[in-house]
Design a protein around this ligand. Structure first.
Ligand code: FAD
Ligand code: EPU
Length: 354
């Protein structure tokens, strides 16, 4: 094995890798921000990844593990090595009376994985159709949509411990999943690289159409007999009508989380703002629709240079052309300040800021 910085081959047993220097990440983040990474390499095998991590020169620099780049905002160049995950493979690893256990490598595209499951009647992920990104990032923030989160069918994952290069297994409880949260975003941040995720999917579907818009869309589609293919299609239709396609307008989905407030706070807000949108949680608190708060502050459809707030979904910040990451970040700060001033509610960014 040999290795030199520049545009150089990095020989491993399995393939030849190239480490690029001063590399544009524009095509690797859905905001389309033209930030540069000091070094950049794609890994196709765990062996290649371990070798990149062990290299003397690269070993000291900061690392960024990149999937589809659909939940990242680059506010500056990255002075380290970006490791683009290209681990591939999907297999059934186990089966019992009611379930298939499907293991997918972290570099698999999430939506393609979901479609593989939907087409084979492995039920549980159909509501999560069309979420951008890769399988490896799905546990990072416990991705969720249309009444379902991955924690509902997550079985386990394998991850490489960066410091000692051991591969460790995390079960559902180990991951400490919450709303757009996991242990990998908190206590174990930057310590593990997720290699594969195993989902436990149902042989008999438990249809989840609790999100009102799904029922309505199924009706429009003329579906008489419910099945997971129809639910997946309905979710894709709704998403395409509401969310900007990153291939056309740069964005990273919801920029903020929906904030949780006490019932008391919600009741007092409701007195002053009777149309405020909130959903009751099991713990007694109320989750407010951040999109509503932002729209009511007058931000929907606003632009500041090339940065803006989407005209159909105020929770989505967009790059209309050549916005800098810093401009989008500054816009997000202005939004947070105005929501705080009008409603006394703190918004928290969902997107990872670099
Ligand atoms: P990246 O953006 O590449 O990475 C995200 C974070 O995870 C980074 O910190 C990165 O370092 C880390 N990471 C990535 N892979 C690994 C790995 N293998 N090991 C360790 N760390 C890793 N999210 C939802 O939850 N629900 C939605 O409905 C939703 N809708 C969206 C709609 C649009 C149009 C867009 C653009 C985004 C949306 N998102 C949604 C956000 C995003 O799609 C998800 O967060 C997705 O899981 C990110 O995957 P990714 O591979 O692009 O991650
Ligand atoms: N709303 C407005 N104005 C807006 C947007 C929303 O008033 O501009 C209000 C509406 O009343 C609407 C409510 O907010 O009924 C909720 O809106 P929507 O159903 O579009 O969902 P959301 O809360 O904006 C969340 C997730 C999405 C996920 C959808 C569907 C978060 C932060 N966002 O959006 O996830 O796809 O629900 O389940 O939880 C993401 O995380 O990137 C993401 C897109």
């Amino acid at each position: 094995m040999y290795f030199e910085i520049g545009i150089v081959n990095f020989d491993t047993n399995s393939a030849t890798m190239t480490v690029q220097e001063n590399y544009s990440l524009k095509k690797f983040n859905t905001f389309g921000i033209d930030a540069y990474s000091r070094y950049f390499a794609t890994f196709n095998t765990v062996e290649q990844l371990k070798e990149l991590l062990s290299d003397n020169k690269l070993g000291q620099t900061e690392r960024l593990i990149l999937g589809g780049g659909s939940n990242i905002l680059f506010t500056k160049n990255f002075d380290g090595i970006t490791l683009k995950n290209n681990l591939k493979g999907i297999e059934i690893v186990k089966e019992d009376t009611n379930h298939y256990y499907i293991k997918a490598a972290a570099g698999e595209v999430w939506h393609e994985f979901v479609m593989h499951c939907v087409n084979n009647n492995y039920a549980g992920l159909e509501n999560l159709s069309l979420i951008p990104g890769c399988v490896g990032a799905s546990p990072m923030q416990n991705i969720g949509a249309y009444g379902v989160e991955i924690k509902d069918s997550f079985f386990e994952l394998e991850a490489l411990h960066i410091a000692d290069k051991t591969i460790q297994t995390f079960n559902n409880a180990d991951c400490k999943f919450g709303y757009r949260e996991s242990v990998f975003k908190r206590e174990l941040k930057n310590q593990f690289i997720i290699l594969s995720v195993t989902y436990r999917l149902n042989k008999t579907a438990n249809f989840n159409t609790s999100y009102g818009a799904i029922e309505k869309e199924l009706e429009t589609m003329g579906i008489k007999e419910l099945n997971i293919q129809a639910i997946s299609k309905a979710v894709c239709n709704i998403r395409s009508s509401k969310l900007p396609n990153p291939a056309e307008i740069g964005n990273a989905g919801s920029f903020f989380k929906n904030p949780e407030v006490s019932r008391h706070k919600y009741e007092s807000l409701k007195v002053s703002f009777p149309t405020i949108v909130g959903y009751e949680l099991e713990n007694g608190n109320v989750k407010l629709a951040a999109g509503w708060l932002i729209e009511q502050c007058g931000w929907k459809g606003k632009t500041l240079g090339d940065a803006g707030v989407h005209k159909l979904q105020a929770l989505v910040l967009v790059n209309y052309a050549n916005a800098k990451g810093k401009e989008i970040y500054d816009l997000s700060q202005q939004i947070m300040d105005s929501v705080k001033e009008k409603y006394g509610v703190e918004l928290e960014r969902e997107v990872n800021i670099l």
